[in-house]
Design a protein around this ligand. Structure first.
Ligand code: ZN
Length: 350
């Protein structure tokens, strides 16, 4: 089995590289761009492994997973493979990763290694993960390497936000765009990687994750899942909803999940997304004539849309407020208060 089988989707991109390899026209530098969590890093690693694999000719751009090169690559000991990224606990890729620690500048690091001849294969391959997070010094060091790329080298920049890269770097790389995974592929991955507990769960999460395995992983986090379940139940009982109690419970839940403010904010965004999802699901039900939900059944299609559409807009507004650094507590209190009020007014009219 080829290690490529662990990758789902992105077959056009693979074909593009294969055609270039077959014509001996691979560039020295590529930028693999696209949303986070869709498989760009895995793709780059498979590409590198395929360059090294002894079983397959270079033009095939495939790998066997069993030869000496493949085993060395998997063990992380293949000398011609280089990879840098943001070190744990840091926000940027520091200059030391590119040109060596102070005192050893120009004697180690990715740019130095790339300038050396390959030791065990025909070329050296370097992956720069989260390339948009290079410090300005790191980016400048890389730029020098890109301006005069060493022979027998290939650099793969992985990038979620290409706009944050120096234009001079972007213009020296061939851009290969990657797109979100399909729902079908995502579901298969969730089952294959044993991330979801059942087919149903995999399908539900795949439908919400916007083609990103990373997002799906977040959605499957047990704490967030619990939060999702609880808020969906609350929203299912809008008649009996006591807004202050709901917001208090939500805030307490978020504070228990994490004490760090950025983390809390991120979780709060997830919660708002669950609220929006629950409302959207009902709107979809109304649009398709499915009135199995007690609330939509009672309201009927027209009143249902009149209530739910503004409620959804209000939830998205809350999400923007949270991004704009309105305190989490205020955002939640005001949102649930408004949701309860919207429901009361709609019930009064019917
Ligand atoms: Zn191999």
């Amino acid at each position: 089995m080829s290690p490529w089988e662990s990758l789902l989707g992105h077959s056009e991109q693979r074909e593009l590289f294969r055609r270039s390899a077959a014509r001996q026209r691979l560039s020295h530098a590529y930028m693999l761009s696209g949303p986070a969590g869709i498989g760009k890093r895995l793709f780059a690693q498979l590409l590198a492994q395929s360059v090294f694999c002894r079983e397959h000719g270079f033009a095939e751009l495939n790998c066997c997973g069993e030869c000496r090169a493949c085993r060395g690559f998997s063990a992380g000991t293949w000398p011609d493979f280089l990879q840098v990224g943001v070190p744990a606990g840091k926000n940027v890729i520091p200059i030391s990763k590119m040109v060596g620690e102070e005192g050893r500048r120009g004697k180690e690091g990715l740019c130095y290694e790339l300038s050396m001849s390959p030791q065990a294969s025909d070329r050296r391959v370097a992956i720069i993960d989260d390339a948009q997070k290079m410090s300005p010094e790191s980016a400048n060091a890389l730029l020098k390497t890109l301006e005069e790329p060493p022979a027998q080298s290939m650099i793969l920049l992985i990038c979620d936000h290409p706009d944050n890269l120096l234009p001079t770097i972007r213009s020296r790389c061939q851009n290969v765009r990657f797109f979100p995974l399909t729902e079908v592929d995502l579901k298969e991955l969730l089952i294959k990687n044993e991330m979801a507990e059942s087919e149903e769960e995999a399908a539900a999460v795949a439908g919400l994750a916007e083609g990103s395995l990373e997002t799906a992983g977040q959605l499957l986090n047990p704490d967030l899942r619990q939060m999702r379940k609880s808020i969906t139940i609350q929203l299912g009982q809008m008649e009996a909803m006591k807004p202050l109690q709901v917001s208090e419970k939500v805030i307490k839940g978020l504070e228990e999940l994490s004490t760090a403010a950025p983390e809390q904010r991120r979780n709060a965004q997830w919660l708002l997304r669950f609220v929006a999802d629950a409302i959207q699901a009902r709107l979809r039900g109304l649009a398709t004539g499915d009135l199995s939900d007690p609330l939509t059944k009672r309201l009927g299609a027209r009143k249902g849309v009149d209530l739910l559409a503004p409620m959804l807009a209000r939830t998205l507004e809350a999400s923007r407020q949270l991004d704009g650094y309105t305190p989490m507590k205020l955002v939640m209190e005001a949102l649930f208060d408004d949701i309860a009020r919207m429901f009361r007014e709609s019930a009064k009219r019917s």
